[in-house]
Structure formats: C-alpha cells, structure tokens
Ligand binder design. Structure first.
Ligand code: F6R
Length: 233
C-alpha cells in the first residue's frame, strides 16, 4: 500500500483529487464514490476545478434503507449536494434505499457494478474498520447486501440527524468482493477517531473482524492519512 501522510483533511482531499485527475488522464472513467465527512474536501477540489466529468460514470458504495433521494439524510442527496449538482456525470448510480424488494435491488446493483467496472474506488473508514457499510464480521466474498448497522456506526452517524432514533439501522452496501475488484483504491482517513482503525488496517492481520485490513491484499491502494489518523502507527 502506498501511504501518503498529509497535515489535514484539506491537504488529503487535494492529494486524492490529484490521483483522480491523473487517473482520468490515464483513461479512468468509472469511479466508486463514498459519502460521509471524509471525502468532502476531495469533492470540493473536484467542484472548484475546471474538470469536466460529463462523460464519467459513478457507482456509490451505499445508501440507507428507507430513505429516498430527496431525503436530506440520504446518500443520494449528499452526492447531489456535494458533487453531482455542480459537476454532472454521464450516469450516477446509488443503491435505491426505497426499493420494495431489497434482495432484487442488491442483485440489480451487482449487475450495475459488473456492467461498470470501477477504475478508481474512493473509500473512507469507519471507527470499527468498516469500508462501505461492510461491518466487522462481513465475509470478504460479500457482494451487495443489506446490513444491520452496528451501534458504533449508528452513533458515529447520528451527528447528521436530530436524534439518534432517526438514524436508519439498515443500509444497502456494495460488498467487499466488489470493492476489491476495483482497479485502484484511494482510502482516506482523517482525525483521531480513526487512529485505531488505521493501525489495524495497516499493521494488523488481515481479518474479517477489521474489514479494511483486506486492502493489504489489493495491489494498488493509496492510503491518505492525516497526522491524527496516523498517530498510532
Ligand atoms: C460512506 C461509507 C462509510 C464511510 C465511513 C466513514 O459512503 O461508505 O464507510 O466512509 O463510515 O465516515 P466519515 O467519513 O463520515 O467518518
């Protein structure tokens, strides 16, 4: 893994943006994208650039079950606000959290991923080491599936909601197998709360108990970490 140490989230977002830009110069046109606070600076750099993404495709990692794209807490809404409304893509995919048949939606999303192989996958990391919403214990062979979010994840995400009871407890997520099939992966981690997960991911054993550790088995990963996230290394 290529470990890129930066001062803070702003510098980290800039580095990630540069990797995206280089990737595009070398033919990348399908991007796996993440939500949450981590990639926000990268999206700002993308938005304020003069780049055109109108022939690019995005495939997002996950979505809360029960929220539709107009809900301000949905990941579709987040992506529209932070990126797509400013920089239109040719096609943007996010799992449908309102799908009536969630199993069928998982299958449909796996077909989307198969039809749009991901050139560059952007990831954050949960405090418990999750990637996407693949929580500890998820099989490395998993494809798109419905997850029950752990208490740790619900608590970490409650900052976006009025009260913790409003945080959905289920989500649809791309599986680890699909994430690992991306040609290149950029994982960003900023802040002290991520320090233990980052240590486990980089220095611990490869184990389903810490999903991000699987990235040790991928041959093209850039890990961008700020000083606080690197503080346990
Ligand atoms: C979001 C996602 C999650 C987040 C992770 C970190 O699409 O897949 O794995 O990347 O929960 O969240 P933040 O960036 O808010 O700390």
């Amino acid at each position: 893994m290529d470990i890129i140490r930066v001062k803070n989230a702003d510098e980290g977002g800039q580095k990630a943006f540069e990797i995206i830009k280089n990737g595009i110069a070398n033919g990348a046109d399908t991007f796996g994208l993440a939500t949450g606070s981590t990639p926000e600076t990268m999206y700002s750099y993308m938005v304020s650039s003069d780049m055109d993404f109108s022939d690019k495709v995005s495939v997002n990692l996950d979505e809360y079950v029960g929220l539709d794209g107009n809900d301000e807490q949905s990941y579709r809404y987040f992506m529209n606000q932070h990126l797509f409304n400013h920089k239109p893509f040719k096609k943007t995919y996010v799992p449908d959290g309102k799908a009536e048949d969630l199993d069928a939606e998982c299958k449909r999303y796996d077909d989307v991923i198969a039809d749009n192989p991901i050139d560059i996958q952007v990831l954050g990391i949960g405090q418990n080491g999750h990637i996407g919403f693949n929580e500890p214990g998820t099989s490395f062979d998993a494809t798109t599936h419905v997850v029950e979010l752990t208490e740790s994840t619900v608590n970490a995400n409650k900052r976006y909601f009025d009260k913790v009871e409003d945080v959905p407890t289920r989500a649809l997520t791309m599986g680890i197998r699909s994430i690992m099939q991306s040609k290149k992966i950029i994982l960003m981690a900023f802040g002290k709360a991520k320090a233990d997960a980052v240590k486990g991911m980089l220095e611990g054993e490869v184990t389903e108990d810490l999903p991000a550790s699987v990235l040790q088995n991928h041959n093209d990963v850039a890990v961008i970490i700020d000083e606080e996230a690197a503080s346990q290394l």
